[in-house]
Design a protein around this ligand. Structure first.
Ligand code: NDP
Length: 492
């Protein structure tokens, strides 16, 4: 079983030892107390990890294993995640303050991800392409070598699994850079991968500042691909480096997703779905439904029910099974959210509910904030356009479908959208017209590992998940197998 003391050294190409970077403590967002104290990676550690990963890629035999043999190891990782499920869920609760009910789901999803990519690995078929001459033609895939996964703090373990599982399934070595504030789940996952039989040198977990460690990883010539999840400005920075190296990247970035409620919606479902869409994970979710559009005729009664629902959400101790919203990740992040709420009010918005820190001894030390709904703003105002990444919903009425689509698509982001209507033809029309990588109809924030995920425009590039997600971590190769009985005519 996992023990917190075991996971405090970092992992440098399979070697567990303190990083050579600064010592720092991770904090429990619900109380501000230190959880773990660890030495971050240094740039020299990054160099050592990547050289070690490259060596392990070339010598460990992992890439040469038959797919079903690699799959068996990944399946064992899934089993170990499940066997250690409660310890991992509690660890992640301490790492980022999410409610325990949510971290249990994330751990289950990490196990399912390894299981899924074990199957994808075992069943991946290469293709024999139609012959157009005296050559047998094939398209095959090869592992890339050392690939990097850079992840944010909001869904540790699930984010890391989503990148590590396909990268390992494809036969690569993987260097993980978790967010500095939430390194523990990635370190624990690395231990389980190695225990399951992944050659140790293939795995590195390098906590530390993104601007130092993340840059050193991205710039390194032996790193052949970066899979990044995080903010749009960091994503663009990584894309620039990748362009100079001619390196493929996938970028899962921010969002400001519209949720649209039509007058014929099932109101009970829509209220519950809108609340879940914005306030689960304390709104610290790239796909949070943070812009609400409600049909004008329904606007006031709907807002009344929504505000009552938001005010009744159980904010509090993440260890309590009944808690729906835990604290925000850091004190600084909460201050940023408060500045956005102030800006909304200065710009003419009205706070319908929330907009304050909850009061009482249970909230004094943690970074809590109440579920907040702001009305009276236009879609082109700043807090309706910028990603707040917290429990703040802006709500606006719409007049007709054309007006709605125009407003919904008026954003630099295009990650997700929600539609609430009983009219299936309208759901189809609006679902096709809204610009977003993911559309939910009469539901929200549902995921499946078998369905590719990603964003358009400033919300990202490339897709993760899906059976073919494994190919993102492979190079494609055409093979021509000459069957001519005669020499090539030019030479002959
Ligand atoms: P950041 O972009 O700041 O950080 C994400 C990761 O990138 C962290 O590990 C960070 O390290 C690292 N990083 C920072 N600077 C660099 C750099 N120059 N080079 C390489 N890596 C770097 O995002 P946040 O931490 O603020 O995360 C929240 C963001 O993530 C939100 O915008 C959200 O929308 C997005 N997100 C997107 C998802 C999606 O699937 N589309 C899912 C979840 C979140 P460190 O923090 O240690 O400095």
């Amino acid at each position: 079983m996992l023990n917190l003391n075991d996971i405090q050294p970092i992992c440098i190409a399979g070697q567990w030892r303190p990083g050579a970077g600064d010592r720092y403590a991770t904090l429990y967002p619900a109380t501000g107390e230190a959880v773990a104290s660890l030495h971050a990676a240094s740039v020299a550690d990054v160099e050592e990890a990547i050289l070690g990963a490259d060596r392990a890629f070339r010598t460990s035999g992992w890439a040469q294993k038959k797919p079903h043999e690699r799959a068996a190891v990944l399946f064992r990782v899934a089993q170990l995640i499940r066997e250690n499920g409660e310890a991992l869920a509690q660890l992640q609760r301490l790492d980022n303050g999410k409610p325990i009910s949510e971290t249990r789901n994330l751990v289950a999803s990490a196990a399912a991800t390894f299981q899924f990519f074990a199957a994808a690995c075992e069943t991946l078929e290469e293709s024999l392409t139609p012959m157009r001459g005296d050559n047998l033609t094939m398209s095959v895939h090869e592992p890339m070598g050392v690939v990097a996964a850079i992840t944010p703090w909001n869904s540790p373990i699930a984010s890391e699994a989503q990148k590590m599982a396909p990268a390992l399934a494809a036969g690569n070595a993987v260097v993980v850079k978790p967010a500095e504030v939430t390194p523990l789940a990635a370190l624990a996952l690395a231990r389980l991968c190695i225990e399951a039989g992944v050659p140790a040198g293939l795995i590195s977990v390098l906590p530390g500042k993104g601007s130092v460690i993340g840059d050193a990883i991205t710039l390194h010539p032996l790193v052949k691909r970066v899979s990044f999840t995080g903010g749009t400005s960091t994503g663009k920075h990584i894309a620039h480096i990748a362009a100079d190296k001619m390196m493929p990247v996938s970028l899962e970035l921010g969002g400001k997703s519209p949720t649209m409620v039509f007058e014929d919606a099932d109101i009970d479902h829509a209220v519950a779905g809108v609340l879940y869409g914005i306030f689960s994970s304390s709104g610290e979710s790239c796909i949070a439904g943070s812009r609400l559009f409600v049909a004008r005729s329904l606007h006031e009664p709907f807002m009344e029910r929504l505000a009552a629902g938001a005010a009744a959400l159980r904010v509090g101790d993440p260890a309590d099974e009944r808690t729906q919203m835990g604290p925000l990740i850091t004190a600084r992040h909460r201050e940023g959210i408060e500045r956005y709420v102030d800006m909304g009010v200065t710009d003419g918005g009205r706070i319908r509910t929330g907009g304050v820190r909850p009061k009482g001894p249970a909230f004094d030390r943690g970074y809590f904030y109440t579920p907040t709904i702001i009305e009276g703003l236009r879609n082109d105002q700043r807090i309706c356009q910028e990603e707040i990444f917290g429990p703040v919903l802006v709500a606006m009425p719409f007049d007709d479908e054309e007006d709605l689509i125009r407003q919904a698509n008026d954003s630099v982001y295009a990650l997700a959208a929600g539609i609430w209507t009983r009219d299936y033809k309208r759901a189809w029309r609006v679902g096709r017209a809204v610009q977003a990588g993911n559309v939910w109809i009469n539901t929200y924030k549902q995921f499946s590992i078998s369905t590719p995920f990603g964003g358009w425009r400033d919300s990202g590039l490339g897709r993760e998940k899906g059976r073919l997600g494994i190919l993102q971590y492979m190079e494609q190769k055409a093979m021509y197998w000459g069957l001519n009985e005669q020499p090539l005519p030019w030479a002959g």
